[in-house]
Design a protein around this ligand. Structure first.
Ligand code: NAD
Length: 496
């Protein structure tokens, strides 16, 4: 929670230009001339306009990326890393503005600068560590080795919930490996990505290496995986859209990674330190208004501590203040009207399927909420694993408590959903922690933490329907490379 800040400040930045996206180093409008309004989710005011890009703009961006590719691919890796380090410096210098832009775009009370510069530095450090291996050969006149090479022009599509971090995660890894990229931010939150792209240019990353096409998913988004010039794709978003993007990649015969949704369990054992667990779980589901793929949305609790956990969670959820992003509150609105309807629909489903509302369950009332897409932090108790709210990703501040009898049932319930992104375990017992770390089907497991926090360079990605491929870790740069085996015979005649 922070002090009140000037809600106009971020809009005055020189980092943004109205109605322009970035193609081949030029800030240009959409080929069609059409625009999309970007709204402040706290009051529906228009924050700005961005181009409504279509397949034509994506095609221009791919061409620009193709022109930039040879020089970027052949630039030595240390020099590429140097430009990424410079980008990170500029991100640090503009941290306050980037933070405000992202807060304004997403409607999130400002967190303090997100760790984007650190992420870019981590990836920059991997650029000159992309290595092949030497291979044994059948005869001594042959040497064998592998080269890791970029795919060429690649594409990425990102969601609106953390647009800046998503942008640097995909762009930094792809270009560190020597690819050039065309990326489409979400139509609801394109401002921080555009500002970050400008800083990449200011850092000296050559024109055409990073191209940003704004627009709707069904137009600019769909044009990326189906463009014949795109050689690999990174997608972060919902499972439904992920499947559509994967189908387009299949038709184009190109690989991709998918970072999709989650229904992350928080497994609470009787020996857990509840004074730490309860506030952390409440904060984990209300941070960014629950619009985090990793959000722990199911509390799987052993019956002997069930009542105490619910009481503590209720106290913690009731303390979460709600309001516009620039006020000193804990939680802002949801991103848009569609998402608001969806979350309210899930709350209704929870009630009608028999779960008990302990906290919230509606929309906060008062003049300060105006036309914003606000919803109250909501705690459901006595949820059974087959209820809709226990199975589907809500992407809102709605927490479901599911009581279980023993560890075996806790594991079965925790793993009994289609998703497998993050799982947390709350216990003081090392044996329990070790067993649970192995048993939980998730790409990340946190012991005594709610969002998999505290690790630098941890690979991030899902099991099951949460996707495949890993971002953020050192291997994320390798994911954007392909392997070539070289066998080289030297002199064929002795003495030459
Ligand atoms: P979404 O799938 O609706 O949109 C994601 C992006 O895809 C947007 O840029 C959108 O414009 C684009 N898109 C939409 N239709 C498209 C199409 N037909 N072809 C190509 N692109 C298209 O998701 P969202 O609502 O923006 O984001 C929320 C979802 O993202 C949640 O499910 C959340 O869990 C997931 N998410 C996952 C991670 C992760 O790392 N695993 C991180 C953040 C968000």
């Amino acid at each position: 929670m922070t002090a009140v800040i000037d809600p106009q400040a971020a809009l005055d930045t020189e980092l943004l230009r109205d109605n322009a996206h970035l193609i081949g180093g030029e800030w240009v409008p959409a080929a069609s001339g059409e625009t999309i309004e970007v709204l402040n989710p706290a009051n529906r005011e228009v924050l700005g306009r961005v181009p409504r890009g279509t397949a034509e703009d994506v095609d221009a961006a791919v061409r620009a990326a193709e022109r930039a590719l040879p020089a970027w691919r052949d630039l030595n890796a240390t020099a590429r890393a140097g430009l990424l380090f410079r980008w990170a410096e500029l991100i640090d210098e503009h941290a306050a503005v980037l933070d405000q832009l992202e807060s304004r775009d997403v409607g999130r009370p400002h967190w303090g600068p997100p760790p984007m510069a650190g992420q870019v530095r981590f990836i920059a450090g991997q650029a000159d560590k992309v290595q092949g291996v030497s291979l044994p050969t059948y005869t001594p006149d042959v040497v064998g080795f592998t080269l890791r090479e970029p795919y060429g022009v690649v594409g990425a599509i990102i969601p609106w919930n953390a647009p800046g971090p998503m942008f640097v995660t995909e762009v930094a890894a792809a270009i560190a490996a020597g690819n050039t990229i065309v990326i489409k931010p979400a139509e609801d939150a394109p401002l921080a990505p555009l500002a970050l792209a400008r800083l990449a240019m200011d850092a000296g990353i050559p024109a055409g290496v990073v191209n940003v096409v704004t627009g709707y998913g069904s137009e600019a988004g769909a044009a990326i995986p189906s463009h014949p010039g795109i050689r690999r794709v990174g997608f972060t978003g919902s499972p439904v859209t992920g499947a559509t993007v994967m189908e387009a990649c299949a038709r184009n015969l190109i690989p991709l990674h998918l970072e999709l949704g989650g229904k992350s369990p928080q497994v609470v054992f009787p020996d857990a330190d509840l004074s730490v667990a309860a506030p952390a779980i409440a904060s984990g589901i209300t941070l960014n208004t629950g619009q985090i793929c990793a959000a722990g949305s199911r509390v799987v609790v052993l019956r002997s501590v069930h009542q105490e956990v619910v009481e503590r969670l209720a106290q913690a959820m009731e303390r979460i203040s709600v309001g516009p992003w620039h006020q000193p509150v804990n939680m802002g609105p949801l991103i848009n009207g569609r998402q608001h309807e969806r979350v309210m629909g899930y709350i209704e489903a929870g009630r009608s399927e028999g779960a008990d509302v302990v906290v919230g369950g509606g929309v906060p009332r008062g003049a300060e909420y105006g036309d914003g897409f606000f919803v109250s932090p909501t705690l459901f108790d006595n949820v059974s694993p087959d209820m809709t709210i226990a199975r589907e990703e809500i992407f809102g501040p709605v927490l479901s408590v599911i009581p279980v009898d023993d560890e075996a049932e806790a594991i079965a319930v925790a793993n009994g959903v289609d998703y497998g992104l993050v799982a947390s375990v709350w216990t003081e017992d090392v044996g329990t922690a070790v067993r649970m770390s192995r048993a939980l089907q998730a790409g990340q497991v946190g012991i005594n933490n709610a969002l998999g926090a505290g690790v630098i360079g941890g690979p991030f990605g899902g099991y099951k329907n949460s996707g495949f491929g890993r971002t953020m870790g050192a291997d994320s740069v390798l994911e954007w490379t392909q392997v070539k085996t070289v066998s080289m015979r030297g002199a064929t005649r002795p003495g030459n």
